[in-house]
Design a protein around this ligand. Structure first.
Ligand code: SAM
Ligand code: SF4
Ligand code: SF4
Length: 360
């Protein structure tokens, strides 16, 4: 059966709000669980040149898939304006994502505009294949770092995962280009799916040991409604650490900051570090400070949100900065999400926004 993902329709207007009285006394904005908004993820396209089986399965995202029209996308000026308002509300990190963000035409112009916002760390997540020709431009535009996704070091497995016949070599070239352009150390994300690519976990660790790049093993998540997620296909991070640690002894290291999503481990022999992201087996909702802006300007307070708030309508309706600030404050202050903590049989059948639309 072909699943029709909930896609642009799943958005509501931002509710009318009282003018907000500015940020809270500590200068930040807090949700109903006391979490402040620090991290903005911006999806710049819902399109991709890959068809990763866990993200955009070809059976759903086929040739006739109704991707967004160009006029629906936020312009770079609109994105920058929203980002500036979030920065005023306490956001300190911006990640550009998608879909495949490097497919968005002249994305370096957006980077250049965002890089002018003071005190912001600016990063981008990509499948890497366009980095050889774009890394230098992105760096020159002001990008600080990239994260590159790579789900296997074995070519046949990787081609099966991306389902678009891209070889591992094309991503490795991208990682090297990023590093050479000064966008490193590169974080390399591997989503681990039991029975599909988990046999390659050790090879992946071995390949990047001593390279200066940091591999992060991510538990396969039930995001979206089309990837056929099953709990028994999740490989718990504990198991990953045990498998790698048995071959190369590992020691835990402190997080860089409170709320860091990846748990960090260091090779005892000094040849670098790895990370694990345990979104399923050890939920980190209690410290989740992330908000997501979709390709067409809807705001989502959780990766598993069932609805977004329509900021584009406000923007295009001529909202002042003050009105945008109020809308952002209203949405964040009402936030109560903690999906990963309450994931259960009851949440299994919910229809959710696709990862490629909301941004990973
Ligand atoms: N196309 C870019 C890429 O692949 O890096 C950026 C967008 S992608 C949606 C962002 C990240 O989400 C990738 O690292 C991808 O592996 C991860 N991802 C997508 N679907 C996932 C899932 N079901 N579970 C865990 N991670 C997922
Ligand atoms: Fe594309 Fe990234 Fe999703 Fe793979 S994970 S299909 S590269 S958006
Ligand atoms: Fe944050 Fe939602 Fe993920 Fe929990 S489930 S960590 S609230 S995005």
């Amino acid at each position: 059966m072909k699943v029709i993902p909930i896609h642009p329709a799943a958005a509501v207007p931002v509710p009318a709000s009282e003018p907000s009285s500015g940020n809270d006394p500590d200068g930040l904005l807090h949700d109903r669980r006391g979490r402040s908004v620090r991290d903005l993820r911006i999806s710049v396209t819902d399109r991709c040149n890959f068809r990763c089986i866990y993200c955009m399965p070809r059976s759903v995202f086929g040739d006739d898939y109704p991707f967004l029209a160009r006029s629906d996308l936020l312009s770079f000026e609109e994105i920058t304006r929203i980002a500036q308002r979030f920065a005023a509300r306490g956001v300190r990190k911006i990640r550009i994502t998608g879909g495949e963000p490097l497919l968005r035409k002249h994305v370096e112009n957006l980077i250049e505009q965002l890089a002018r916002i003071p005190d912001i760390e600016l990063t981008l997540t990509t499948n890497g294949v366009l980095l050889p020709r774009m890394a230098r431009r992105l760096r020159d535009a002001g990008l600080d770092r990239v994260t590159v996704s790579l789900d296997a070091i074995d070519d046949a497995t990787f081609r099966r995962m991306n389902d678009a016949d891209f070889p591992v070599a094309s991503v490795l070239e991208g990682i090297e280009a990023a590093s050479a352009a000064g966008l490193g150390p590169v974080k390399v994300n591997m989503v681990v799916k039991r029975g599909t690519n988990d046999a390659g976990v050790l090879d992946m660790a071995r390949h990047f040991r001593g390279s200066g790049h940091i591999v992060r093993f991510i538990e396969f998540m039930d995001v979206g409604s089309s990837n056929g997620w099953k709990m028994d296909e999740v490989v718990p991070s504990r198991e990953i650490i045990e498998r790698i640690g048995a071959e190369y002894p590992l020691d835990p290291i402190d997080p860089h900051y409170v709320g860091e999503v990846a748990e960090r481990w260091r090779y005892r022999d000094g040849s670098g570090e790895i990370g694990v992201i345990s979104s399923v087996t050890q939920a980190f909702c209690a410290t989740c400070t992330r908000i997501r802006l979709s390709t067409e300007g809807k705001l989502y307070t959780c990766l598993f949100a069932q609805q977004g708030y329509d900021l584009r309508a406000l923007l295009r309706g001529g909202a002042t900065d003050g009105a945008l600030d109020d809308a952002i404050a209203h949405v964040w202050r009402g936030r109560d999400d903690r999906y990963s903590e309450i994931r259960s049989a009851n949440t299994a059948g919910q229809r959710r926004i696709e990862m490629s639309y909301i941004g990973g």
